[in-house]
Design a protein. Structure first.
Length: 280
C-alpha cells in the first residue's frame, strides 16, 4: 500500500465508526423481532398506510422545497453571473450562503418561532399595525406546511453553493461562436446554455431533495405533535410510550429511507459525471 494511502486511514476509520456501522446496526434491527430472532414482519410494516403516508409526506415536502430552492437559487446565481468573481458582492453572497446552508436544527426552528410564531415579532407587528392574523386559519407553522419555509431557508443557499460553479463554467467563447454564426441570445440558451447546465441543475435538485428528506432536527423542534414525516416516525418508534415493543420498526423505516436516498444519490452521481465533462 502506498504511503500516501495511510493519510486516508483516519477518514476511513471515521466513516466506518460513525457512518457505516450505525447504518448497518439501524438496518439490521429492522429484521429482528421482539425475541431477537430474524423476521420479515417488521419490514412488512413498511406497507402500513400510516408509514406510506409518512413517506408520501416526506417525499412531497422534500420535492417541493427542492424545486423552489433550486429555481430561486438558480435565479440568484444568474443574477450574480455579471458580478466579479473576486468582488465584494460575490464574496459576500458566497460567505452568507455557506453559513446559512448549515444553519438548521433547533436554532432555525427557534428563529422562525421568534419571528413568525404565534407570539413572534412579525406576527404581533402585523396584528397590531395592519390587523392581519397569519394564524387565523390555524397554527400552520407547527404542522407539516409550516416546515416548507424553514426548509427553503437552507435550500436556497445550498443551491447557490452547488450550482454557481456550473453557471460560472459557461465559456465566453461559446457565446462568441453563437453570435458569429448569427445566433441570438435565445438560441444560445436553448441550444448551448440550458443543455450544458441541465445535468448540473438536475444534480443540484436531487442534492436538495436528499438534504430535505434526511433533515430531522428542524422538524423535530418545530413540529410539536404527530409524526408526519419519516424521521419523526423513527423518533416516535424509539421513544413513544404508545409504541412499546415496536422499537425495531425504526430500523425498517431507516431501511426505507436508505433505499430512497440510494436511488437519489445514484441519479446525482450520474448527473454529476455528465456535468463534469463541461466543467473541465
Amino acid at each position: 500500500m502506498p504511503a500516501a494511502a495511510f493519510g486516508l486511514l483516519p477518514f476511513a476509520v471515521y466513516v466506518l465508526l460513525f457512518l457505516a456501522l450505525p447504518t448497518l446496526i439501524a438496518v439490521g434491527t429492522g429484521f429482528l423481532g421482539n425475541d431477537g430472532g430474524f423476521t420479515l414482519d417488521t419490514v412488512a410494516a413498511l406497507g402500513d398506510p400510516v408509514v406510506l403516508a409518512a413517506f408520501g409526506s416526506s417525499i412531497w415536502l422534500s420535492a417541493l422545497t427542492a424545486i423552489i430552492g433550486a429555481v430561486v437559487g438558480a435565479l440568484v446565481c444568474y443574477a450574480l453571473l455579471g458580478a466579479r468573481p473576486d468582488g465584494a458582492l460575490r464574496s459576500t453572497v458566497d460567505s452568507l450562503s455557506s453559513v446559512i446552508a448549515q444553519f438548521g436544527g433547533a436554532m432555525l426552528a427557534f428563529a422562525f418561532t421568534a419571528t413568525i410564531g404565534i407570539q413572534g415579532m412579525v406576527t404581533l407587528l402585523l396584528q397590531e399595525r395592519l390587523g392581519i392574523d397569519i394564524f387565523a386559519d390555524g397554527v400552520w407553522l407547527y404542522e407539516l406546511p409550516g416546515l416548507v419555509l424553514p426548509y427553503i431557508y437552507f435550500q436556497v443557499p445550498l443551491m447557490i453553493i452547488t450550482f454557481m460553479p456550473a453557471l460560472a463554467s459557461l465559456k465566453p467563447t461559446w457565446a462568441e461562436a453563437n453570435a458569429t454564426l448569427g445566433g441570438t441570445a435565445r438560441t444560445y440558451w436553448l441550444r448551448i446554455g440550458l443543455p450544458v447546465l441541465a445535468p448540473s441543475f438536475l444534480g443540484s435538485l436531487l442534492l436538495l431533495f436528499a438534504n430535505a428528506f434526511s433533515s430531522y432536527a428542524t422538524a423535530a423542534t418545530l413540529t410539536s405533535q404527530g409524526a408526519q414525516i419519516v424521521p419523526l416516525q423513527i423518533r416516535s418508534a424509539l421513544t413513544s410510550e404508545t409504541m412499546l415493543g415496536r422499537e425495531n420498526l425504526a430500523g425498517a423505516l431507516a431501511l426505507g429511507m436508505i433505499l430512497v436516498m440510494t436511488v437519489v444519490m445514484i441519479g446525482y452521481s450520474r448527473l454529476q459525471s455528465r456535468a463534469a465533462r463541461w466543467q473541465r
